[in-house]
Design a protein around this ligand. Structure first.
Ligand code: HEM
Length: 160
């Protein structure tokens, strides 16, 4: 940490905490990620019915929430103040068989494909690992008990 010699002040932590997860990541890339990813979700045999039950009409508001969410995660903008765990608990309760490991694997496969098309190679693992971490928390919240361990998502066992 550097001390500013003109004022002798030590910079506050919050300033550095707002740095992007990777310097190449832009808000435009995040918008493209969200739009392309949810387009694919709507065409996916496994995921489309789950989402369409919750969002039968205009997807605009959901896409705006998701852009704010990913800007908060990746650019540390602090724009998202929601609580994904109870939202997904509700989705799981309203879905036949709940949200399964296979549902999360399908979600992550589409997400990884989309990230691979949009972000620079150095940023891709950072974005994907953030999604996998959150997927693990959501899986625990919807399937786990106090001693459960989230699955290893297939990409964690690659690359080959
Ligand atoms: C099996 C996988 C998943 C399914 C089926 C799923 C489904 C959904 C649905 C249907 C909604 C909209 C709920 C509503 O508006 O009533 C939603 C919201 C959301 N999802 Fe997921 N999701 C999945 C995984 C994930 C993952 C892995 C992440 C993050 C990496 C994520 C992040 C979010 C966020 C931030 C919201 C908005 C919550 C809010 O309203 O504040 N989801 N999800």
């Amino acid at each position: 940490m550097e001390i500013d010699m003109t004022t002798n002040e030590i910079p506050v932590r919050a300033a550095s905490a707002r740095e992007p997860a990777h310097p190449s990541i832009t808000p435009e890339q995040i918008s493209r990620l969200v739009e392309t990813f949810y387009q694919r979700v709507q065409n996916d045999v496994r995921l489309a019915p789950i989402f369409l039950q919750q969002i039968p009409g205009d997807w605009g508001p959901h896409l705006e929430v998701m852009k704010r969410f990913w800007r908060s995660v990746l650019l540390k903008t602090g724009e998202y103040g929601g609580r994904p765990v109870p939202v997904h608990a509700k989705v799981a309760n309203q879905t036949d068989g709940g949200l399964t490991k296979a549902d999360f694997i399908a979600w992550l496969a589409l997400f990884r494909q989309t990230v691979g098309e949009i972000f620079e190679p150095g940023a891709q693992p950072i974005v994907i690992e953030a999604a996998e971490r959150i997927a693990s928390s959501l899986w625990l919240a919807t399937n786990g008990d106090l001693v459960a361990t989230p699955p290893d998502w297939p990409s964690q066992q690659m690359p080959s």
